[in-house]
Design a protein around this ligand. Structure first.
Ligand code: ADP
Ligand code: MG
Length: 261
């Protein structure tokens, strides 16, 4: 049973009994899930349940210590040779990571660069793209997130919502096959949340495969194809957003939903 393939079919993310410890604490316990091409999946759950850790495993910011994890048809961090798993070389891990865009709660833009330079940075550095081409692409991405006129602004001259839209454009500049969002609107003033969710909604409509950690139930219900509820390192319950949020089966899911709504 491999379920993986190097030619693009099959799930974009596939986790099979993934586990992860920090010291003696198990933070991911038998996580099994799939996210398919063009789907939006949301991951919800209380603080400390392991959502960020799971996302970080998908692009190998953390390593798993049990189970199997595939992204874009390849084992994350490993190659399979016969029945053996061989650790990938750092250059291969970097190549895998480039296909996975990530947007964090904190925007982490380079403070000394303009919006345009922030977006150009990775393609020039990591893909050896010429500056002229990178600039044209970055400008197009800024237009796409509605910030065409803010190209010359530095992060300090942008609102939180604008900074997060630049962060999304910056991730898209690497032409990822998959986007991970870790509570992208949690640090924003309420009136700025909508503009970021709108950009994410457009991205979903364009067919991007997305795994989103969010407490925005309205967005999740409208945009997501599937929803997973995580508690204490486990996926307790999953289904369509309407099923999971409208008719939760587990006490923990019910308790969580009653708190966030
Ligand atoms: P969530 O994103 O759902 O709030 P996290 O994935 O951030 O949860 O954290 C899950 C658990 O792992 C928490 O108990 C957290 O304290 C712990 N944890 C996260 N990162 C580390 C780390 N680098 N070292 C030790 N413990 C960690
Ligand atoms: Mg988190």
């Amino acid at each position: 049973m491999s379920g993986l393939n190097e030619n693009g079919s099959g799930p974009v993310i596939r986790a099979e009994k993934v586990s992860k410890h920090f010291g003696r604490t198990a933070v991911l316990k038998d996580i099994t899930l799939e996210v398919h091409q063009g789907e939006v999946a949301v991951l919800v759950g209380p603080s400390g349940s392991g959502k960020s850790t799971f996302l970080r495993c998908v692009n190998r910011l953390e390593r798993i210590d049990g189970g199997r994890l595939w992204a874009n048809g390849e084992l994350v961090g490993y190659r399979q040779v016969g029945r053996r798993l061989i650790e990938r070389r750092p250059v291969e891990v970097t190549r895998q990571r480039q296909d996975v865009g990530m947007v964090f709660q904190r925007f982490n833009l380079f403070a000394h660069m303009t919006a345009l330079e922030n977006i150009m940075h990775a393609p020039v550095l990591l893909k050896r793209m010429g500056r002229a081409e990178a600039k044209v692409r970055a400008a197009a991405l800024l237009d796409r997130v509605g910030l065409g006129r803010k190209a010359a602004n530095r992060p300090a001259q942008l609102s939180g919502g604008e900074q997060q839209r630049v962060a999304i454009a910056r991730a898209l500049a690497m032409q990822p096959k998959l986007m991970l969002f870790d509570e992208p609107t949690s640090a924003l003033d309420p009136e700025l949340v909508g503009e970021v969710l709108d950009v994410m909604r457009d991205l979903a409509t364009d067919g991007m495969t997305m795994l989103v950690v969010t407490h925005e139930m309205g967005f999740a219900t409208q945009v997501a194809d599937s929803a997973f509820f995580m508690d204490d390192g486990r996926i307790v319950e999953s289904g369509s957003p309407n099923e999971l949020f409208g008719n939760p089966q587990h006490e923990r899911t019910k308790a969580f939903l009653s708190r966030v709504r």
